[in-house]
Design a protein around this ligand. Structure first.
Ligand SMILES: Cc1cc2nc3c(=O)[nH]c(=O)nc-3n(C[C@H](O)[C@H](O)[C@H](O)COP(=O)(O)OP(=O)(O)OC[C@H]3O[C@@H](n4cnc5c(N)ncnc54)[C@H](O)[C@@H]3O)c2cc1C
Length: 414
């Protein structure tokens, strides 16, 4: 059979979704450009944890995953230290990844993704203002006046996605009325902070959490505190002082970790998302990451799902003649069909957990905590459902990889 012509793919946005998409599409043998509006692909934020599926996908896309982070065993606890949830992954996964939830710093992930990108793929200072498409192709209109033509467009342009707005119209952001403060310390000698642990503790109103990290061969810890905050109210207080006050009711090592953090390394975010879309792709255009499923940090899976999205897009476009409109539509449909329930479950669960833990009226807080302390409810919702989702993603990656390898990996002509 004659090899299939190389297609032309454009990806908008050099976050985790866009960089992963570019890597996987390149591996599929198509020509790809990654258009970023800023002068560089820059990590907005510091703290990050990744579950095994994105780590596996990164490795398969040629990203160096050696010593990428600190694998952690995860528990939810109450303020008295009582364990409400243990996230138990099967032994073989723990053996392969060293643990479940891998703690790292976001800039390190960006560096590794950028190192894996082939030269010339990333184009910076290239803001895309609009696009139009027909059955023969897509035309991108850039802020610098350039028009870029391609066969397929992937919008990986984040929560305020122009691509999403153009395809499906404007939908309001959903304010969670929560804010989170996060920071990190490297080379800490706080005795109660153990490597290989991620401990998420809830008081009546606040979550205080810490996890071990590895950063460029150094051990450390990241932490966060999260509580209700009316999104319409401007926040002007000192970040480190506010985090210190919020963290003070939590057991060691959280207060010590906050105290040891350089105030310059404390950041704050307001939590928001958008409701899941029923359909992602239209014609020759689809989306990945926060553009299509912005997810509250409560899930700690937004960057992970963005990475998985990118991996699957490339695998689905392998061997497809991108001039063939019907074939492109079939491939994009096959990409989004399993991604929709997975990503919607994560983003909706994150929204609901935020409500339950931080917006319950005061009388209900006591009842809630009795239920969480004395029934297996949270273990079932978080402790069992999360490993189930992780196993499912790993299985789907294995299946995608087998199909990719069986078809000879790169299936397009040079
Ligand atoms: C406090 C906090 C903690 C988090 N913790 C975790 C965690 O532990 N684990 C996890 O998996 N996730 C976590 N997340 C979520 C994660 O950060 C996001 O889901 C992830 O960054 C989304 O990646 P993305 O590539 O889709 O979008 P983004 O990272 O937003 O990237 C979008 C890119 O598109 C570019 N862009 C936008 N518009 C245009 C345009 N018109 N033209 C050209 N370029 C454009 C932007 O400049 C940007 O570079 C956390 C988030 C927060 C706020």
């Amino acid at each position: 059979m004659a090899p299939i012509r190389r297609g032309r793919v454009a990806v908008i946005g050099a976050g985790p979704a866009g960089m992963a998409t570019a890597l996987s599409v390149h591996q599929a043998g198509h020509d790809v450009v990654l258009l970023e509006r800023y002068p560089q692909a820059r990590a907005a934020g510091n703290i990050l944890n990744l579950w095994p599926p994105p780590i596996k996908a990164l490795g398969l896309m040629g990203v160096d995953i050696d010593d990428i982070g600190s694998p952690c065993y995860t528990e939810f606890r109450n303020l008295a230290g009582h364990r409400r949830v243990a996230v138990n992954l099967p032994d073989d996964i723990v053996r392969e990844y060293g643990g479940g939830f891998v703690g790292l710093l976001r800039p390190a992930l960006y560096e590794r993704l950028l190192d894996a990108l082939p030269p010339g793929v990333l184009q910076v200072n290239r803001r895309v203002d609009s696009f139009d498409q027909d059955e023969t192709g897509v035309r991108l209109h850039l802020a610098d006046g350039d028009v870029h033509e391609c066969d397929v467009l992937i919008g990986a342009d984040g929560i305020d996605s122009m691509v999403r707005r153009t395809l499906w119209g404007a939908t309001p952001k959903r304010e969670h009325n929560l804010h989170i403060f996060g920071g990190f310390v490297l080379d800490s000698d706080i005795e109660t902070a153990q490597q290989g642990r991620c401990i998420l503790t809830h008081s009546r109103t606040t979550q205080g959490a810490w996890t071990s990290i590895r950063h460029k061969g150094r051990d450390g810890f990241q932490w966060w505190v999260l509580t209700a905050h009316d999104a319409s109210q401007e926040f002007t207080a000192d970040l480190h002082a506010t985090a210190t006050a919020l963290g003070s009711e939590f057991p060691s090592p959280l207060p010590e970790l906050i105290a040891a953090t350089d105030p310059a390394d404390v950041q704050r975010w307001q939590l928001r998302d958008r409701k899941p879309l029923k359909q992602w792709s239209k014609g020759r255009v689809t989306m990945a990451g926060d553009a299509v499923h912005p997810t509250s940090p409560y899930a700690a899976y937004g960057a992970g799902m963005a990475t998985e999205d990118g991996y699957f897009i490339g695998r689905h476009l392998a061997g497809v003649d991108l001039r063939d409109h019907a074939a492109v539509r079939r491939a994009l449909h096959a990409y989004e069909t399993p991604r929709k329930p997975h990503t919607a479950r994560q983003s909706q669960q994150a929204f609901i957990l935020g409500k339950v833990f931080h917006h319950a009226p005061r009388p209900l807080q006591v009842v809630r905590d009795l239920i969480l302390d004395h029934t297996p409810l949270l273990q079932k919702v978080v402790g069992e459902a999360s490993p189930g989702e992780i196993l499912k993603q790993l299985t789907e990656i294995d299946a995608a990889e087998q199909a990719f390898a069986a078809a000879g990996g790169r299936k397009t002509a040079e």
